[in-house]
Design a binder for this molecule. Sequence first.
Ligand SMILES: [Zn+2]
Length: 149
Amino acid sequence: MSDERITPSFYLSEFLITQQRGLDNMPKAVQLANIRNVLAPGMQAVRELLGAPVLISSGYRSPAVNKAVGGTSRSQHCQGLAADFTAPHFGSPLEICRKILDSTAIRFDQLIHEGSWVHISFVASEPRRQVLTAHFLPTGVVYSPGLSR
Ligand SMILES: [Zn+2]
């Protein structure tokens, strides 16, 4: 697949990046349409709100990649609707979450403060606007409502 710019600030390849070398991470038509029509425009709005570069560490995840990173089978990453990111020139992940929450411009479905990154998802239908904080415990990840820490 050749790369292309799909919003003013993002290339398609930025949503297909994975640290799982060797695993196929090419979306099918449905997920590709979600990336183009839902996720990328959502991330563009985030980029404009923050006024700083947005670095995506994980967008779309193929079933193989999702399994390798221990994601849940219902993960919105697998639908091409979620992205994990940082924006170091703007501030910490917590500061990013607060900025997004304070704005009405970002119609997110789910926003999770993951500690060292931000997880955000978008949907074509009415968004839930769910906000969570992840806690990484020895027994696994636990999510609490709202922003803490
Ligand atoms: Zn995520």
